[in-house]
Design a protein around this ligand. Structure first.
Ligand code: NAI
Ligand code: MG
Length: 360
């Protein structure tokens, strides 16, 4: 078998980190004998919007459907296109139309990376954040009424389906089975959001009853955020709605050191549609063009892609582990990009990780 991968660098530092991700993914594929066909597209970007007036060509779905995975950089260039237009015109279409209902985001402390939380070192923080990725608070149902009058109101609905909620809970509990601590934390806000969140808790409780070997608890999002900072080592698998998961999955990696390390997988676990792998970070207009973005998040996302392609077995799984080992080694030895206190370029770090991988 060979795997077809769509490569969409997108905007800003997406165009700098994806080439380094590809360098490492190609090196790993070569070493572990995985045949990849890479097809690069320049759309899903604000540059494409500037030329055409839309983020993607009309036939984007036809072009991506035959792919086994999508390797994505970042989208957004607020100077050209408002962020809600660029995001809803590309990434959110992928997530929804390809039913990528799981957004899986690991956060770990590594040797060589200073956590902003006092005293935390390698291995202290090791959590997997499972964000619901297709519904919840990110809906387009709502509107503005009586606009421009003193009675003006705006409303936006949150939508939680039984199917959508049960499947994300189930994914989190299945994932916990593969972990040493076997614990699930459910993010909620059932004290304040009095209809949907008690219902969300009830779905968690139902699904949990099918997993007697997995311990679990639920925590309100406000204190949960505080505990991410005060005692992040207590978390294993954390499952959250779309909005809460978005917030937690920036906060978790920030507690480990830099968002430049955080990878993510947007999964359609049933593989009816291609899954998408991307760094958590955005296009970072403030550092774009200097070749100083940290490529580790993109490289790690590439490793997650190889693992997923082969069902976490065989060559893809080995390639994933080898890439992660090379990342860990380079985080200790350097070179380091400026976000980690170093002076190295994006390219230097990508090359160092690829070399480490081939040497090991
Ligand atoms: P951002 O993640 O692009 O940047 C936040 C801060 O982190 C910046 O100071 C940036 O320099 C730094 N940073 C991010 N990635 C880094 C890396 N790899 N190495 C070193 N430093 C890094 O988030 P921001 O500024 O809120 O958004 C900028 C644009 O990106 C917006 O248009 C936004 O909509 C878009 N965005 C896109 C995402 C995606 O495509 N999945 C996710 C988040 C934001
Ligand atoms: Mg975010």
């Amino acid at each position: 078998t060979h795997y077809k991968i769509a490569v969409l660098p997108g905007d800003g530092i997406g165009k700098e980190v994806i080439p380094e991700g590809l360098r490492v993914v190609k090196a790993a594929a070569q070493r572990f004998g995985i045949a990849l066909e890479l097809v690069e597209f320049d759309w899903a970007s604000c540059d494409y919007y500037a030329q055409t007036g839309s983020m993607m060509p009309d036939n984007w779905k036809e072009l991506l459907l035959p792919m086994d995975a999508i390797y994505f950089g970042a989208v957004g260039w607020p100077a050209i296109v408002a962020d809600h237009i660029s995001l809803w015109g590309s990434l959110l279409k992928f997530r929804r139309e390809f039913d990528q209902y799981i957004n899986l985001r690991p956060a770990q402390t590594f040797a060589g990376v200073r956590s902003p939380l006092a005293g935390r070192t390698a291995g202290d923080i090791d959590m997997l954040i499972v964000r619901e990725n297709t519904e919840g608070e990110y809906s387009s149902v709502g509107g503005i009424m009586y606009e421009g009058t003193e009675n003006e109101v705006v409303m936006q609905q949150s939508i939680f389906s039984r199917r959508g909620t049960e499947r994300v809970m189930k994914f989190a509990f299945e994932l916990a089975k593969t972990r040493a601590r076997k614990h699930v934390t459910v993010a909620t806000k059932s004290n304040g959001i009095s209809i949907s969140m008690p219902w969300w808790d009830a779905r968690a409780s139902e699904v949990a009853s099918a997993y007697p070997d997995i311990s679990w608890d639920k925590q309100h999002i406000d204190i949960l955020c505080a505990r991410f900072v005060l005692s992040p080592e207590r978390f294993d698998v954390v499952v959250a709605s779309n909005l809460f998961g978005d917030i937690l999955s920036d906060l978790g990696p920030a507690c480990t050191g830099t968002i430049g390390l955080a990878p993510s997988a947007n999964l359609n676990p049933e593989r009816r549609f291609p899954s998408l792998f991307e760094p958590v970070h955005g296009s970072a207009p403030d550092i774009y063009g200097k070749n100083i973005a940290n490529p580790v998040a993109a490289i790690w996302s590439g490793a997650m892609m190889l693992d997923f392609l082969t069902n976490s077995k065989g060559a893809g799984h080995e390639a994933h582990d080898a890439i992660l080992a090379a990342i860990k080694a380079v985080l200790i030895s350097g070179p380091h990009t400026p976000d980690l206190g170093g002076k190295a370029s994006t390219t230097d770090v990508g090359k160092a990780i690829a070399e480490r991988l081939l040497a090991s």
